[in-house]
Each structure stands twice: as C-alpha cells, then as structure tokens.
Design a protein around this ligand. Structure first.
Ligand SMILES: [Zn+2]
Length: 277
C-alpha cells in the first residue's frame, strides 16, 4: 500500500504536470469506485480547473474551482499514471481524465479496488463515505503532542498504523521506525517515556523524509506517475527481509503477526522490554 512518502512523491509529480490545467473530458469505466457529491463525475469535472494538488495523510487532494475537491485514495493497489491518450488502456483502469491543451491523460487504475475517487465539497475536509477520520500529520508533529497521543493502552504498532491517531504511516515505515528506535512492535504505547517517545518520533520523521527524497519504496504495485519505481526499498533494514541478517547487528530478521499485519523485527535490536537509554 502506498504510504506517506509514496503519496507525497505522486502528489509532487502530479502537481508539476497538472496544476493549472482544465479538465476537458472524463471517462468512468467503473462507477463503484466513485463516491461523494455531486454526481455524476463525468458531467461535473469538465471545465473545472485544478488550482492545487496536495497530500493529506495517504490521500491525494486536487483542488478544483472552489469549493470542491477531488480526493483520491490509492488503497492497496491503486495507481495514477500520466500517459499518452493513445497508450493501451490497461485492465482495471477505472477512470480517465483528459485536459485542455495537454497531450497526456490521467488514469486511475486499481485492481483490488480498496481505493477510490471522491468528489467532495472542500468544507468536508476529505471526509466522505468510507473515508475515515484522520489524526495529525507526523512530519510537523511536536514531541509533546506525539507523547500525548501515545498515552493509550495499545500496542505501539497498532497505534502508529491507526490513521485516526496519526495519519500517513503504514506497515513499511512503521516497522522501519520501530527498528531504528529499538522498540518491539508489541509493547504498549503508554510504556514509552518522554525521551524514548521523542527518539521514536525523530526516527519516524528521518525515515519518512529520506523515503520522500528517494521517491518511496517500490515492492509490488507502487509506481510514480511516469511509471518509474521508487528507490527507498534498497534502504529497508527490516521490512520484507525475513530470514536475512539485520543490517545493524547481523541477527536474522523475524516475521511476526502484530496488529493483524506482517511485521518484521530484529529480535536483538528490538527488545520486548521498554528500551533504556
Ligand atoms: Zn539487529
């Protein structure tokens, strides 16, 4: 699933190519991936101009003529491609958008259909049907606010993945940040003291920023809008590295189920007890 760095990479690419363009035509191939108001999309979008594209958590938000926003969630397997209108329409392409005086079109493709497209009044703050509430963004988060949101009796991994608690972190960057901080994913979030919580937040920010710089991690579906891959997958220290040596200590990485997700842990670096400094 694309996480914050992948979505940020997509937003930057789309922003560079689509900002200021006016929609000329929209073709919807599957109506059940379209949500929100007003409908139908193919009638509403033409003549709308994209004034800005930004990211909120893992959502891509295109600001149309005020006060309407087109929100795209990529779910597990969603992709946005900017391609020639003459290129072959791949299977599972659900939406195509063409623009005035622009040679390419935007295509939304999502084989597993956990993602979708929402047309919403801007005042809805990206909250449409099936779009859950969002917690704060991790990059601008202050250590005291992060410490406050940890004060719950929950496994740290489950809390970091909970988009309503903190928004944008998914399985990859959660596992990498917990490893960097020496924290086992099953420990309780409220057992971390202020100093360790501060270290964890610093690792989260450092890893997310580095992943943005390298344009995300491509493990399976994620691609940039021009079809190219990200580069952060080569930096992973634990994620997707079961039975391979930890890059810090050489101990074999283990795969566990935590919070219903595959979790990659170094049993040496990540002690179950609260790390001491
Ligand atoms: Zn290790």
């Amino acid at each position: 699933m694309p996480e914050l760095p992948e979505v940020e990479t997509i937003v930057r690419a789309l922003s560079a190519s689509l900002t200021g363009l006016t929609v000329s035509k929209v073709v919807v191939h599957r109506k059940d991936v379209i949500h929100g108001y007003p409908a139908p999309l193919s009638k509403f979008l033409p003549r709308q101009t994209i004034s800005r594209i930004y990211r909120r958590a893992k959502r891509i938000v295109m600001v149309l003529d005020e006060p309407t926003e087109l929100v795209i969630h990529l779910g597990m397997t969603g992709r946005l491609d900017v391609v020639s209108p003459k290129s072959v329409i791949e299977k599972h392409t659900h939406l195509r958008m063409a623009f005035v005086d622009y040679d390419c079109e935007l295509r939304f493709r999502d084989p597993r259909r956990f993602g979708g497209v929402w047309l919403l009044p801007a005042v809805d703050k990206h909250l449409g049907p099936r779009l859950g509430k969002l917690g704060p963004e991790p990059l601008p988060l202050k250590p005291t606010d992060f410490f406050d949101l940890l004060q719950r009796n929950r496994q740290i991994k489950a809390l970091l993945l909970d988009q309503s608690a903190i928004a944008g972190i998914g399985n990859i960057y959660c596992d990498e940040a917990l490893h960097a901080a020496g924290i086992h994913p099953t420990i309780k979030s409220d057992s971390l003291d202020k100093k360790i919580a501060g270290q964890l937040l610093r690792h989260i920010k450092r890893i997310l920023n580095k992943a943005i710089e390298l344009r995300g991690s491509t493990l399976s579906d994620y691609r940039r809008p021009d079809g190219s891959s990200g580069g952060y997958q080569h930096q992973h220290k634990v994620y997707d590295r079961e039975d391979r040596p930890c890059r810090n200590c050489g101990t074999m990485i283990e795969r566990l189920q935590v919070a219903g997700r595959s979790s990659f842990v170094c049993p040496n670096c990540q002690n179950k007890s609260v790390p001491k400094v």
